[in-house]
Design a protein around this ligand. Structure first.
Ligand SMILES: [Zn+2]
Length: 82
């Protein structure tokens, strides 16, 4: 019998707004949970709120523009601060 394990990984994602031409970054919490079938279910959170995955409909915090590009190689894992 296995216990259900949840790993919380803080990830920093980088975006570039095509409306105001400003780069920005946002930190997300990815909760990786074993779904009990050998798979990996991920729940995304920010500021304690359940949110869509970062690549779904990103909105620019500066101009609220929806033409936001995810920078694919800017993704990095952030050591969790205690
Ligand atoms: Zn913008």
């Amino acid at each position: 019998m296995r216990t259900r394990e949840i790993h919380v990984i803080t990830e920093r994602w980088y975006f570039y707004c095509l409306d105001c031409l400003q780069p920005y970054e946002t930190t997300y919490e990815a909760q990786h949970a074993d779904d009990g079938h050998g798979g990996d279910a991920v729940a995304w959170r920010r500021d304690g709120m359940a949110i869509q995955p970062p690549w779904i409909d990103p909105t620019c915090p500066g101009c609220r523009g929806l033409h936001v590009k995810v920078l694919p190689h800017g993704r990095s894992h952030v050591p969790r601060q205690r």
